[in-house]
Ligand binder design. Structure first.
Ligand code: ADP
Length: 730
């Protein structure tokens, strides 16, 4: 098939013809910096890989090149665009047609006659752009039509789907390299918003353009401010989120959560406690509900959405002022992709991550379940073998039962993956299933393909853990977060905005800190408490967890606290407060970013901000006057007053029909428990408290403590029962 050669053209992004086409077809006065760089190569006829973030304007790179292939500026020819989503394709084609640019898509949902018509126009050269999904490149009819088409440019959109190491690998994309060969290697431009340097070279190698020019730019988004807060428990996350929303009243934003369940519970929290209008978005909703939420958000009728990663592709609202992540995603690519939906209009916006080390453990668990290692697979194989019928080579198994077998270290998800791998290894062969059980014939653990399969799993597992490692490194970092993010994609930070990230803000404070450090005694009471608490954390030779910290400060006699810490100058220093109050101070300092929690034993440590505050004895806006719903607020000097460390009030909590069954279940449990303990029911919990539990669905002891009317003692006595009931109702 004829392929256009541009060897002797001299068109550049600066040429009058380029500028005229930009204005005439797209109505833009100028190209953006990244587009100029990309078009220099593309108009110069070179294969090019363009890595620019979402919203940077990647489509224009090939669309402008396409209209310039008009037989005058550049030789005539069609630009073939490979794109993964039919819906997005349709939007693009509609937009191009509206501009008067001859463009069309071919996909399997079109009638055969319409497909034939587009292919004819493609052959005739009357179309400038033709959009197809990668599967189309396997169709003989389409490939035949291509053979008679002059292809000026092959554009591969969402090119990270080519790479097995990318976060959204699609096997169909592997067909592109082959098809490109058969097309006679037309000039190719591959575009993606997310690709690390490893993925970048993988894309080029797979497409057969290893020599391609690479343009990696635009990841530095100066209008975004990056912030991470250590939030070990859900209660901490709620507190920080509540504060944050208070500071960003009336602003449009997105809150990303990891699961549907959290999408629902965080939505309830935001609506009932933070009093913001909000909707949840996740894959469990009907199509109708999903598009309703998306449309409301896009048109501005709704300003806040709590979403799983199902909310993403195609979300194009420019004035999103913040993106909060309730927990870490599994890679930094995914994080930046989602966080980067803030501030597309270039106005100042914030990306806040609520980081809990346990979220990391959860992610690791998922990785290990999805990529079970040799040991786990061997255990699983033996468990299947134990189910063999009458010592034959045939086994009958129940996947869920295996997931509960204590000799297998995989849960049902992992068991399913593991069985698939054992099949690929040749250790098991699956028969047609009769009924709910699976039937296998046993081929022996030493299956022929064992090594190959295990190596593949090991590689994927390592890759996933590495990916997660970068995400965690970002979250735990105390130096510039922008550098980590931008550098991750292979770009250097050339311009560091004044408002960069929380780590840089601490550095700036350090530089501006007055030389004179006030004497401790001159500090107001609330600052003395804060600085004292920070000082204790700093001085302890071995890090301790939150409970020990509180016990030391209140001079508790529990366990061996006195024996171990009785001589510590801080032992009992805050003895005139209740443990709950001191716990509240600790939580505020955590929420404000002075403390963090981490390590194997979830110990408490100072952040850079905490170290700086301690060193300069800064005023810390600790609220010692309670109640402390927000962890901020007017600091009072009357530190001796008792404070409540309550955080979440559901006093008006209205039960939705969804919550009613749980409320009833809780009441029933209360009756039984009260009878068993021979106390009146209200001594267990009041109705108001049960209602609050039903509405807020606590998942941890911390969550329970955050509710009004529940103290440490109640948690110790009833916590387990209550949490079990909540889980059962989920
Ligand atoms: P990407 O594919 O990189 O996510 P798009 O191609 O969808 O980005 O472009 C994002 C937005 O920027 C679109 O609304 C587009 O019209 C606009 N845009 C692209 N290039 C320019 C330009 N040179 N000048 C002004 N607006 C532009």
């Amino acid at each position: 098939m004829p392929v256009v050669s541009l060897a002797d053209t001299t068109l550049t992004p600066d040429s009058p013809a380029t500028k005229a086409a930009l204005q005439q077809w797209f109505g833009f006065d100028a190209l953006r910096a990244g587009q100029v760089e990309a078009l220099e190569h593309v108009l110069g006829g070179e294969d090019t890989l363009v890595v620019m973030p979402t919203g940077a304007g990647k489509s224009l790179v090939y669309q402008l090149a396409a209209v310039l292939h008009d037989g005058e500026a550049l030789p005539n020819g069609v630009t073939l665009v490979v794109s993964p989503l039919i819906a997005l394709m349709k939007d693009q084609v509609d937009a191009l047609q509206a501009k008067g640019i001859p463009a069309a898509a071919i996909n399997s949902s079109m009638p055969a006659a319409a497909q034939r018509e587009v292919m004819q126009q493609m052959r005739d050269g009357t179309l400038k752009l033709v959009y197809v999904a990668p599967e189309r490149l396997r169709h003989r009819g389409f490939m035949n039509a291509l053979r008679e088409t002059t292809v000026a440019l092959l554009a591969v959109d969402e090119a990270h789907c080519v790479s097995q190491w990318g976060h959204d690998f699609r096997p169909d994309y592997l067909a592109i390299g082959d098809a490109r060969e058969r097309m006679g290697r037309p000039q190719t431009v591959a575009l993606t918003a997310t690709a690390t340097p490893v993925v970048q070279s993988d894309i080029c190698a797979t497409l057969g353009i290893s020599h391609a020019r690479q343009v990696v730019t635009g990841f530095n988004r100066p209008n975004l401010y990056f912030r991470v807060v250590s939030t070990p428990g859900d209660g901490d996350k709620r507190r920080v989120l509540n504060d944050f929303l208070e500071e960003h009243k009336d602003q449009p934003g997105l809150i990303y959560v990891g699961t549907r369940k959290y999408a629902e519970s965080v939505t309830r929290f935001v609506r009932d406690v933070c009093k913001r209008e909000v909707r949840a978005y996740h894959a469990g909703l009907t199509d109708g509900e999903r598009s309703e939420v998306q449309d409301a958000f896009l048109t501005g009728g709704l300003d806040l959405v709590v979403a799983t990663n199902a909310f993403g592709m195609g979300v194009d609202r420019a004035d999103v002022r913040f993106v909060v992540h309730w927990a870490i995603p599994s890679t930094l690519e995914a994080y930046y992709q989602e966080a980067g939906r803030a501030g597309r209009d270039s106005d100042s916006s914030t990306c806040l991550l609520l980081y809990a080390p346990t979220d990391r453990q959860l992610r690791e668990w998922f990785i290990d379940q999805a990529q079970p290692g040799e040991k786990s697979l061997h255990k699983l194989y033996r468990a299947v073998a134990r189910q063999s019928v009458d010592d034959s080579n045939e086994a009958e198994i129940d996947v869920d039962a295996l997931g509960h077998d204590h000799r297998v270290d995989l849960k049902a998800v992992g068991v399913r993956v593991g069985l698939g791998l054992l099949e690929r290894m040749g250790a098991l062969t699956r028969y047609d299933d009769r009924g709910p059980l699976r039937h296998y014939s046993l081929g022996g653990w030493e299956g022929a393909d064992r090594r190959v399969v295990l190596e593949g799993v090991e590689k994927r597992r390592k890759n996933k853990h590495d990916g997660l490692g970068h995400m965690v490194a970002y979250a735990e970092r105390e130096t510039c977060r922008r550098e980590k993010l931008v550098g991750y994609f292979g770009e250097a930070v050339e311009h560091q905005p004044e408002r960069c990230c929380d780590a840089c803000a601490v550095q700036a404070r350090l530089r501006e800190a007055p030389d004179e450090i006030p004497p401790f005694e001159a500090l107001p009471m609330h600052s003395r408490i804060a600085i004292g608490l920070l000082d204790l954390v700093d001085r302890l030779r071995w890090s301790v967890g939150r409970k020990t910290l509180v016990r030391i400060l209140t001079g508790s006699k529990a366990g061996d606290t006195e024996a171990k810490y009785g001589t510590n100058p801080y032992y009992g220093r805050l003895g005139f407060y209740r443990q709950d109050d001191v716990d509240g101070f600790y939580k505020q300092l955590l929420a404000m970013g002075y403390l963090k929690v981490g390590g194997e034993y979830m110990t408490v440590d100072l952040t850079a901000l905490g170290t700086q505050a301690l060193k300069h004895r800064e005023a810390v806006p600790l609220d010692t006057d309670g109640p402390l719903p927000t962890g901020r607020g007017s600091a009072s000097t009357n530190g001796a007053r008792r404070s409540g460390s309550r955080t979440v009030e559901y006093d008006e909590a209205a039960l939705t029909p969804d919550d009613a069954p749980l409320f009833e279940a809780l009441r029933e449990w209360r009756t039984q428990r009260a009878t068993a303990d021979a106390v009146p029911p209200y001594v267990v919990f009041s109705d108001a408290v049960l209602r609050a539990i039903a509405v807020s669905r606590p998942a941890t002891d911390d969550d329970l403590l955050a509710l009004k009317g529940i103290g440490a003692k109640k948690v110790a006595t009833y916590g387990e029962d209550v949490l079990e009931l909540v889980t059962a109702a989920a």
